[in-house]
Design a protein around this ligand. Structure first.
Ligand SMILES: [Fe+2]
Ligand SMILES: [Fe+2]
Length: 243
């Protein structure tokens, strides 16, 4: 288990994929021998929350849903939104570029290679609409619920009750955006002919595996931390207003 007294540099040596996670907390490399607690403090990051996020990212068995639920919705949403930005502004353009190169350099003019491009384009559109829904509807609603709950003001809570929207709507429709990545990998691994440049294919595959793993972690937080927390607050609000 990763603890606050561990050196931040050792955290990256332990799992280099955590570089992208610390970036979402606006923590930059170059931390010398400082501990996680020291670096978090310097960057005004909540150390406890940081530890829960890196532990659950690093070890799939370590998933203290209940513990993470103890943090504010604001904190959780801030992390989830930054992860969305990371997908949209870094990972997706990077993979798109690699796929373009791969289609041009690996399969000559094989008639099915261009399908990869259109498959990825479709995936990107799906991802953009998935993320917009969360950023524009779900997350603002979750914040409003938390504000109303914490304010203890009847008027604010009534507004939530009268909205007629429940986080359950999101829960039932929250689809698995990682599944399509599995299909995309299989096209490369199984169905396209042997590539002329396998090194390039292996780069694309690594990028897809890493993105899939990152997204699995992201969705787990949405499903097992954010949604149950909002449900509890909604229940409290609706019960108070029903009396
Ligand atoms: Fe998301
Ligand atoms: Fe999602």
């Amino acid at each position: 288990m990763i603890t606050a007294d561990k050196k931040m540099a050792d955290l990256i040596h332990l799992n280099y994929l955590l570089v992208s996670v610390i970036t979402r907390f606006d923590i930059r490399l170059g931390f010398g021998d400082k501990t996680i607690a020291e670096v978090c403090k310097e960057n005004s990051v909540n150390t406890e929350f940081f530890l829960e996020i890196v532990n659950s990212f690093h070890d799939k068995e370590y998933f203290p849903g209940k513990h993470l639920q103890g943090f504010s919705i604001k904190l959780i949403i801030d992390y989830l939104s930054k992860t969305h930005q990371y997908y949209l502004t870094e990972k997706i353009p990077e993979i798109e570029q690699l796929i373009d190169q791969m289609v041009n350099k690996c399969y000559g003019h094989h008639k099915h290679a261009h399908l990869l491009r259109s498959f990825f384009k479709e995936y990107k559109e799906e991802l953009i609409s998935h993320i917009s829904r969360e950023d524009e509807t779900v997350f603002p609603y979750a914040s409003e619920v938390e504000n109303a709950y914490l304010s203890k003001k009847e008027s604010k809570q009534k507004q939530i009750s009268q909205k007629g929207y429940h986080i359950d709507e999101y829960r039932s429709e929250h689809n698995n955006i990682e599944e399509k990545l599995f299909d995309l990998k299989n096209i490369i691994i199984k169905y396209l002919p042997s590539p002329e440049n396998q090194a390039l294919c292996s780069k694309v595959l690594s990028a897809l595996f890493i993105l899939e793993q990152d997204m699995n972690d992201h969705s787990r937080i949405e499903d097992n931390v954010l949604i149950p927390k909002v449900i509890l607050m909604e229940k409290a609000i609706h019960t108070t207003n029903a009396i």
